[in-house]
Design a protein around this ligand. Structure first.
Ligand code: DSN
Length: 418
């Protein structure tokens, strides 16, 4: 990055320091991952220079020949890994993908039945300050207070009482498998459209390790950078009958020129996802999450729903004399990165909730396996117990940094000079 260093030393330094941060911390944010160098090379390419409004072979500007090759590859590869009838790879994010689906099928005032935010739902599923909550009426379902699992009987009851136009199956902080077949049954019973937002679990679905909504749902959306391990972005999968409506609602509906460098990077990620190596990594993610979760359970931490079926879990800290925010801050001082999170039926606010969320996609990509999970659990436990002791947190951090050095990350792109 010598050119960048000369042109903009401040941004150069920020990137250099971020590389160091990623290399020296244990990353447990469930929605993050480390994409490959090949993905970043495509994303950092000259495709950023090209305007390509429209779709392959139907562009508004000249000079889109090579751009079309990239977008066609991205679309075909996404179809291959998900088995989808139609794919739009242009959404700039998972939020844009959801916006286009909602705009394509609902009119303002229509009802959306989606998961309560504090039970694990997402902002774009009808949160009052998000476009989705401003334009549509949100009705919520949630998890059972007793089990922490989605209560499908209650969901059916709410659906029958409220007659929603659309049901959204999907979550940002739900540690259990989503029963898409049951969602589909309920949607059909009340004549609602079904949107499956699989942002968190897309990689697991591609690997055949989670129930697949693609044959069932009218629309499936996902961001591309979580378990899927691509560049930051989104895609929409749908049945052929919705193809032109979806395409029009992305462009010209809510977006202009597609981010062609990102679409090229998505194509690379989808190629990588179509390998045994990717499937093995997804299986290892499940093993690692399960192991980390049970280690913390053995250390007397309360796990929401009693465990996990996927890449993440939530700890309820309400019996631990520490809030989610305090835990997040203490853990960062110890070199462990995760996020505070509301837990179902939380008595505290979103700003300082009772829980923390963690997941293992990043540490798995880094090469860590089950034997490493007790070490991480131990550091988490020590840091939470010493949350007010900066010296102890510093001591833990030095162990974490030494540990991380044994799992090299982005060695091929770290020719930074100080
Ligand atoms: N912000 C993401 C997450 O952390 O789950 C969801 O989009």
């Amino acid at each position: 990055m010598n050119t960048l260093k000369k042109v903009d030393p401040e941004i150069y330094a920020a990137i250099r320091d971020e590389v160091k941060r990623q290399q020296t911390h244990i990353e447990l944010i469930a929605s993050e991952n480390y994409c490959s160098t090949a993905v970043m090379q495509a994303q950092g390419s000259i495709m950023t220079n090209k305007y390509a409004e429209g779709y392959p072979d139907k562009r508004w500007y000249a000079g889109c020949g090579t751009i079309d090759i990239a977008e066609k590859l991205a679309v075909q590869r996404a179809k291959d890994i998900f088995g989808a009838e139609h794919v739009n790879v242009q959404p700039h994010s998972g939020s844009s993908a959801n916006m286009a689906v909602l705009f394509s099928s609902l009119t303002p005032g229509n009802k959306i039945l989606s998961m309560d935010l504090s039970h694990g739902g997402h902002l774009t599923h009808g949160f009052k300050k998000n476009f989705s909550g401003q334009l549509y009426e949100k009705i919520t379902y949630g998890v059972s207070k007793k089990t922490g699992f989605i209560d499908y009987d209650e969901l059916r009851k709410i659906a029958k009482e409220s007659n929603p136009h659309m049901i959204i199956a999907g979550a940002s902080a739900y540690p259990r498998e989503l029963d898409f077949a049951e969602f589909k049954k309920i949607a059909d019973e009340v004549g609602a459209l079904l949107l499956a937002d699989v942002a968190h679990i897309a990689g697991l679905i591609v690997a055949g390790l989670h129930q697949d909504p693609v044959p069932l749902a009218d629309f499936v959306t996902t961001s591309t950078h979580k378990t899927l391990r691509g560049p930051r972005g989104g895609i929409i999968l749908c049945k052929s009958k919705y193809a032109s409506k979806i395409d029009q609602h992305i462009f010209p509906g809510i977006q202009g020129g597609p981010l062609m460098h990102v679409i090229a990077a998505k194509a690379v990620a989808f190629k990588e996802a179509n390998t045994q190596e990717f499937k093995d990594a997804q299986a290892q993610t499940l093993k690692n999450t399960n192991k980390l979760c049970s280690e913390l359970q053995n250390k007397d931490y309360t796990i929401v729903s009693g465990g996990t079926d996927n890449h993440l879990f939530l700890i309820d800290l309400s019996n631990k004399n520490i809030t989610g925010t305090e835990a997040q801050v203490a853990l960062e001082k110890a070199g462990i990165i995760l996020n505070r999170n509301m837990i179902p039926f939380d008595k505290r606010s979103a700003n300082d909730p009772s829980g923390i969320r963690m997941g293992t996609p990043s540490v798995t990509t880094r090469g860590m396996k089950e034997p490493e999970m007790p070490k991480i659990a131990n550091w988490i436990d020590l840091a939470l117990k010493a949350s007010n002791d900066d010296n102890k947190l510093k001591e833990i951090k030095s162990e974490v940094v030494a540990f991380c050095a044994t799992y090299p990350l982005y060695k091929d792109i770290t020719d930074f000079e100080d």
